[in-house]
Ligand binder design. Structure first.
Ligand SMILES: Cc1ncc(CN)c(N)n1
Length: 223
């Protein structure tokens, strides 16, 4: 999955961190069905709270945008998070007897706080590109993981999770976010994006968010 021209460059610059995230033991447990149910539910409850804060971060991107097209793309992502992706969390947890009000009130794990507040801070202290570089591993990494697991999963109880991220709605969001990033980078850095003095810092932001993703899986596994 490439999702545009900038994402593959950021992904390559992140080196091993990208593999640590997208091939994490948690992900492999989703793929082959060996992930303990308790670990999955611990992750899913935290992920609901994560998505609340991620929606706030994408809403912040609306305010940091410079064009109406950018605003529309960010607002569409807020909608996709709040009204599509979180449905997976609500229905899966409801089947386990966990109400949505309990999800909303869940106590945040330190790894969750670290990741979401890092991204929000990238947006508050930086500009639109700083924020997009910190947001990208989340959206596009799950797109990549979902597509791979859909093509290569066995008989797993996590088929609903995989289908959500491999599905057309989520993959459409990934393509739109990839296009948004490309256009935003070109607008601010010009065609020679990798030669811009800002480029290393954007790569570093992407890599940090990628490492925080791996830590988030680890939280699911070990608490
Ligand atoms: C931690 C995390 N990262 C990414 C996604 C995909 N939006 C998610 N639901 N949770």
């Amino acid at each position: 999955m490439s999702y545009g021209a900038t994402f593959p460059l950021w992904r390559e610059a992140a080196g091993d961190a990208w593999r640590d995230y997208t091939r994490h033991a948690f992900v492999e447990g989703l793929r082959d069905g060996t992930l303990p149910r308790g670990a999955f539910l611990r992750y899913l409850v935290q992920d609901y709270v994560f998505l609340v804060h991620f929606s706030r971060a994408w809403a912040l991107a609306v305010t940091k945008a410079e064009t109406l097209d950018e605003m529309r793309a960010c607002a569409a992502t807020v909608h996709a998070l709040l009204d599509d992706e979180m449905r997976l969390h609500v229905r899966t947890c409801a089947a386990e007897g966990i109400a949505e009000a309990d999800l909303f009130a869940a106590r945040e794990a330190p790894q969750n706080i670290a990741y979401t507040r890092y991204v929000l801070d990238a947006g508050h202290s930086g500009d639109f590109l700083d924020l997009l570089a910190a947001l990208a591993p989340c959206v596009l990494g799950y797109g990549e993981i979902g597509a791979r697991l859909a093509a290569d999963s066995h008989d797993t109880p996590y088929a609903d999770w995989i289908a959500t991220y491999a599905g057309e709605d989520y993959q459409h969001t990934c393509r739109e976010v990839g296009a948004l990033i490309d256009a935003a980078v070109e607008r601010r850095l010009g065609p020679e994006r990798a030669g811009s003095p800002r480029w290393p810092r954007l790569c570093a932001r992407f890599e940090t968010a990628t490492r925080l993703e791996a830590d988030f899986w680890g939280m699911g596994l070990t608490g």
